[in-house]
Design a protein around this ligand. Structure first.
Ligand code: URA
Length: 218
């Protein structure tokens, strides 16, 4: 490929197979497509509303569409889905094993959300959700950790769960007799959504940040 001129470094075709490049800074392309020496990539996306947690969709923008162009050649996918109306932390990666590890409820990796509720929240509702609520269709949820961040007519409640059942948080509060009007994921494991990341923005995680996702709270 190098001999044929298909390999470019910083926009220039390299025909010398002995050429050296700095893997951290060189922009390498093969036949016009970005090439990376990293085995896997891990991106933090601040998902806006109206974007689906899928790899491709004919009609709606996907979380993968929000990844930088130089990442588009990789098989990125969201490690865990958020509903179209949910905002916040989505991890985009091409590391299937890592995704499996952080999503499996057996590994107890907490996902933290902030839920704005439709009505005043009662102690009984908080207790039911915290103890492990049974949803309307009989699905059993594991216990959740709850903390009221703002009280009032439309309270803001922080909730931590280790599972990712379909519409789980909305259905948990519905089963307890309340509703969720806004939902944002703020943390995965011990890694906080970067407050400097505007909705729709994405950035690569450092090795230390990736490790924080796998940290279990004891
Ligand atoms: N629970 C929900 O109801 N929706 C999400 O997007 C994530 C968790």
């Amino acid at each position: 490929m190098i001999k044929s001129g298909a390999v470019k470094v910083d926009g220039i075709s390299i025909r010398d197979r002995g050429a050296h490049v700095d893997p951290d800074t060189a922009k390498i392309e093969i036949s016009g497509k970005p090439f990376s020496l990293e085995q896997f990539v891990y991106l933090m996306l601040n998902k806006p509303k109206g974007v689906v947690s899928a790899t491709n969709d004919r009609n709606v923008k996907t979380v993968v569409d929000l990844a930088p162009d130089e990442m588009k050649g990789r098989n990125l996918f969201p490690a865990g889905r958020l509903d179209i109306t949910t905002t916040g932390f989505v991890l985009l990666t091409d590391d299937g094993d890592f995704a499996h590890r952080i999503l499996s409820p057996k590994n107890h990796i907490e996902k933290t959300y902030e839920a704005r509720l439709a009505e005043r929240v009662t102690e009984a509702q908080l207790k039911q959700v915290a103890e492990g609520i049974v949803l309307g269709d009989g699905t059993e949820c594991l216990p959740a950790k709850l903390r009221v961040l703002e009280d009032g007519e439309n309270p803001l409640v922080e909730i931590k769960i280790c599972e990712g059942k379909y519409h789980q948080i909305k259905r948990m509060f519905a089963a307890a007799g309340n509703g969720v009007v806004e939902l944002k994921r703020t943390r995965m494991g011990q890694l906080q959504l970067d407050p400097n990341l505007a909705e729709g923005e994405c950035r690569k995680l450092t090795e230390d940040e990736v490790k924080l996702i796998e940290v279990r709270k004891t």
